[in-house]
Design a protein around this ligand. Sequence first.
Ligand SMILES: Nc1ncnc2c1ncn2[C@@H]1O[C@H](COP(=O)(O)OP(=O)(O)OP(=O)(O)O)[C@@H](O)[C@H]1O
Length: 291
Amino acid sequence: MNTPRVPPEAEGTPPLAPRTPPVTHGAPAAQTVPPLHVRDVTVRFAGLTALDEVSLTVAPGTVHALIGPNGAGKSTFFNVLSGLCRPSSGTVRLGGTDLTRLAPHRIAALGVARTFQNIVTTEGTVADNLMLGRHALTRAGFAAGALRLPRAVREQREHREKVREIAELTGLGAHFDRPVASLPYGDRKRVELARALCLEPRVLLLDEPVAGMNAGERARTAEVVTEIRARLGLSVLLVEHDMGLVMRLADEVTVLDFGRLIAHGTPAEVRAHPEVLRAYLGTAGDREDIA
Ligand SMILES: Nc1ncnc2c1ncn2[C@@H]1O[C@H](COP(=O)(O)OP(=O)(O)OP(=O)(O)O)[C@@H](O)[C@H]1O
C-alpha cells in the first residue's frame, strides 16, 4: 500500500462522442462509465508547486475520496479536472478522451460534472436551479424557446420531468417548487449536488458536499450519495474533510500532502498509513484528525 496502486490503462478505448442524450423517463438508467485517468499532473503557482506529479484513477462506478490537510492541493486537483486550471504537465483522460486542456463547458458536456465547496444556492426555486443544470443538454435554441415553438415547449416539459426525478432521488422532491432560500441549509447545499446530477454525468466531482451541515444533514447526504451511485452507476470523486463520511462512502482513498500523493488504498489501509497519520497529526496545530 505504501506505493500508489495505479490500475492498468484502458488503452485503445475509442474516443467518446460529445453527449446529447435523449431525455429519458422513469427511473434513471445506469450508464456506461469510462475510467477517469489522471497521470502525473503538476500545477505550479509562481514559486509554489500545488500539485507534484499526482496520478490516480477513478474506476467506473466507484467512490474515490481525495483527502489531505488544508492546502494539500485538493481544490487545485478538482480545478484541473474541471478545466478551471491548466496543469503545467500531466494528462486527464476519460476513457480514451483527453480532457487535459479542454474548456470547462466541453468537459461538462463530455460527462464530468462538479460541485463547488463554498457555493450554496439562494436564488429561485429548486426546480429553477435544477433546470439550470439541464442547460448543456438543451437542444432547442434560445429563439425557439423564446417563441415557445412546439419542439421547445415539449423539450422543456421533458427536462422538467427529468429534473423532478433527480429532485426525488436527492431527497428534494417535497421542495420542488419551493424557493431555495426557504430551505434548511442541508437541503440548500444538496440543491448544488442535484444541479450537477442534472447534467447526467458519468463522473461526479463532489467538493466538500457536507461542509457546514449538522449530523442529520450529513447522514442524509451520505445516503443520497450511496443512492445515486447505486441507481445511476456513475463514478464519484469526493473531496471531504469529514473522515467518518469518507471512510463510510469510499472504495478507494488517495491522500495528498503539500501537493504530493503520500498514500493510496482502501479506507482501512489509508487510515493506518504512517505517512497519513503524520500528515494529519503531525506538527501543525490546525491539522484535522483522521481518527
Ligand atoms: N490561484 C492560486 N494562486 C496561488 N496559489 C494558489 C492558488 N490556488 C491555490 N494555491 C495554493 O496552492 C496550494 C494548494 O491549495 P488548494 O486550495 O488546492 O488546497 P486544498 O487541499 O484544497 O485546501 P483546503 O482543504 O483548505 O480547501 C495552497 O498552498 C494554496 O495556497
